[in-house]
Design a protein around this ligand. Structure first.
Ligand SMILES: [Zn+2]
Ligand SMILES: [Zn+2]
Length: 172
């Protein structure tokens, strides 16, 4: 997603960029996320006075694991994307600091959007996906998926606070 900023600024009208990005390398180290499609990025870029505004959507399909019961979930996502880039001197760009949170500094006539788009996609993923709101998760003792069957572990273990009440009967 290489944006020619100079050209964009000269032509004074938005440019639309579309790219299909292979995101498999981003998740090579984790079992929690398995891409089922490339990331489709479609953005519109506008440039004026050294500032480039990029907005668009990131769509695709992937498999996540329920954070409680580890059931695979197929998720079709559509995340909004928006970033403001500001042209800075080579010196400032080399320092790589971002002292203003409102924009991302860059230097040069070209701006490669791909790493920003990829980062946004990764950050937009839910931290603790659930197969359903009230997922009961796995039993910490036997590993049984409690959405499927109730294991006996919970019943055998009596809450110590209740233990004290065992044998206690209300006076008739
Ligand atoms: Zn679940
Ligand atoms: Zn159990």
């Amino acid at each position: 997603m290489l944006l020619n900023v100079q050209e964009l600024a000269n032509r004074k009208e938005p440019a639309v960029l579309e790219e299909s990005i292979d995101v498999n390398p981003l998740f090579a180290e984790t079992r929690d996320v398995t891409p089922l499609s490339p990331l489709q990025a479609k953005v519109t870029a506008v440039a004026a006075d050294g500032v480039v505004n990029v907005t668009g959507t990131l769509t695709g399909k992937l498999q996540l694991l329920c954070s409680r019961c580890l059931t695979p979930l197929e998720v079709e996502y559509e995340f909004p994307y928006g970033e403001t880039f500001k042209h800075v001197s080579q010196e400032v760009a080399d320092r790589g600091e971002q002292d203003d949170e409102d924009f991302v500094p860059f230097h040069g006539e070209r701006l490669e959007l791909r790493p920003y788009v990829e980062e946004e996609m990764v950050l937009s993923l839910p931290l603790a996906p659930l197969c359903k709101e009230d997922c009961k998760g796995l039993c910490p003792d036997c590993g049984q998926n409690r959405n499927e069957t109730d294991c006996k572990c919970q019943q055998q273990k009596i809450d110590p606070r209740l233990e004290a009440l065992k044998g206690w009967k209300p006076e008739a």
